[in-house]
Design a protein around this ligand. Structure first.
Ligand code: ADP
Ligand code: MG
Length: 159
């Protein structure tokens, strides 16, 4: 487990951008944390790191937004699912095991559908500090372990 502290929205965007630069087809990153933690902010950075044209927006109502970048980016938010099995209707396998990289906000709601190898990210607010976020990276699998280590090196040296 790795922890990165960001002190502004732009630092979280930068972390996302670094992450986006590393993603390959079939990669999965989960984004967890309360409303307003910064999940969509991080996703927006990932979009920029993947050279997505335009702004990555919260997919809350769409459940999934697809973007064209260096590789496709699939951005899901499963907050509004009543039942985890509903993601079967969404055709989740084509996202998780497809030609793009997938980000899932509120992924704990569909935990039984998640591939074992992935990067879990938790974003937490810090009491009495509006602009600081504690971001925990929990890599599952060797590839994501390397990715997390590299992110910590890149982002912390940039601070
Ligand atoms: P979520 O998708 O987790 O609900 P959003 O990314 O939509 O959250 O919103 C995060 C909010 O927190 C934004 O208004 C952003 O400006 C603010 N914010 C303040 N500090 C930070 C930070 N360090 N990282 C990310 N967002 C931050
Ligand atoms: Mg969001």
């Amino acid at each position: 487990m790795y922890t990165i502290t960001t002190r502004s929205e732009s630092e979280t965007l930068f972390l996302g951008k670094m992450l986006g630069g590393m993603l390959k087809p079939g990669d999965l990153v989960t984004l967890n944390g309360d409303l307003g933690a910064g999940k969509t902010c991080l996703a927006r950075g990932v979009g920029s790191g993947l050279d997505v044209a335009g702004r990555v927006k919260s997919p809350s109502f769409a459940l999934v937004n697809e973007y064209e970048g260096r590789i496709p980016l699939y951005h899901m938010d499963v907050y509004r699912l009543d039942n985890p099995a509903e993601i079967e209707d969404l055709g989740y396998e084509e996202y998780f095991y497809g030609t793009g990289a997938t980000l899932v906000e509120w992924a704990e709601r569909i935990s039984s559908y998640l591939p074992e190898q992935r990067l879990d990210i938790m974003i937490s607010k810090v009491p009495n500090d509006e602009d600081t976020r504690k971001i925990t990276l929990s890599p599952r699998g060797e590839r994501y372990e390397k990715m997390a280590r590299e992110l910590v090196e890149n982002v912390c040296s940039g601070n």
